[in-house]
Design a protein around this ligand. Structure first.
Ligand SMILES: [Mg+2]
Length: 218
């Protein structure tokens, strides 16, 4: 009975509370010692190669052929996926959300062949999503899953996500700095800004008060 009563006053946003996150460039901190971890690996793999311009695609960024990128990914991606570090504050905030009753999904465009490595990395760093998906078509999946806010660093994904009625947060990265902020797409620089945006969207109290009330994990 108590539940029935409280359910009546809970608004729509509070009932659902489903958020989603990309992995690479959002959960992962691609900057290591001042240089992007992929750039570092590509420069080591292709001696003499230089970054032409920041671009989401390695082909455009480094003037590589698709075959060269495929060969590089085949040999080096597993190592990068294993050693990359999570972004500061990511795990703590996701745990906070889950403790507060949110459903948290991760959607990555990594190839499904990297599922095992990805799951190991997530577990190793303390991430426990409700589900993990491997697809490039993030917009339709976000809609289908009922996700209300999704964070991604790829501009095209944000456009797709917004087109499906989902609020997109664009995590800043060198390859998206030229993309303008548009209605329904909000640029964030780090997990402090993700946290502030999500808390405000759901009308939640501050991060600190969440901690005091004991909803923060570890
Ligand atoms: Mg990404």
């Amino acid at each position: 009975m108590k539940q029935e009563k409280s359910r009546g006053i809970v608004n729509k946003k509070a009932r659902r509370r489903i958020v989603g996150f990309d992995i690479d460039g959002v959960l992962t901190d691609e900057m290591a010692d001042g240089k992007n971890i992929w750039q570092r690996e590509i420069e080591a793999y292709f001696p003499g190669i230089q970054l032409l311009e920041p671009d989401f695609a390695f082909t455009a960024a480094f003037g590589l052929s698709l075959e060269e990128v495929d060969k590089f990914m085949e040999e080096k991606a597993p190592e990068v996926f294993r050693k990359v570090k999570p972004q500061r504050g990511s795990r703590e905030f996701i745990r906070y959300l889950q403790d507060a009753g949110f459903t948290v999904y991760f959607i990555t465009a990594r190839w499904p062949r990297y599922e095992e490595i990805t799951r190991e990395w997530l577990a190793h760093h303390g991430f426990r999503p409700s589900a993990l998906w491997f697809t490039e078509d993030k917009g339709p999946l976000c809609k289908e899953l009922g996700i209300e806010i999704f964070v991604d660093d790829y501009w095209e994904n944000c456009l797709d996500i917004r087109a499906h009625g989902v609020r997109a947060l664009l995590m800043s990265a060198p390859h998206n700095l030229g993309c303008p902020e548009e209605k329904g797409i909000y640029r964030v620089e780090n997990w402090d800004e993700i946290r502030a945006h999500v808390l405000e969207y759901y009308g939640l109290s501050t991060w600190e008060s969440g901690k005091i009330s004991g909803t923060s994990a570890l």
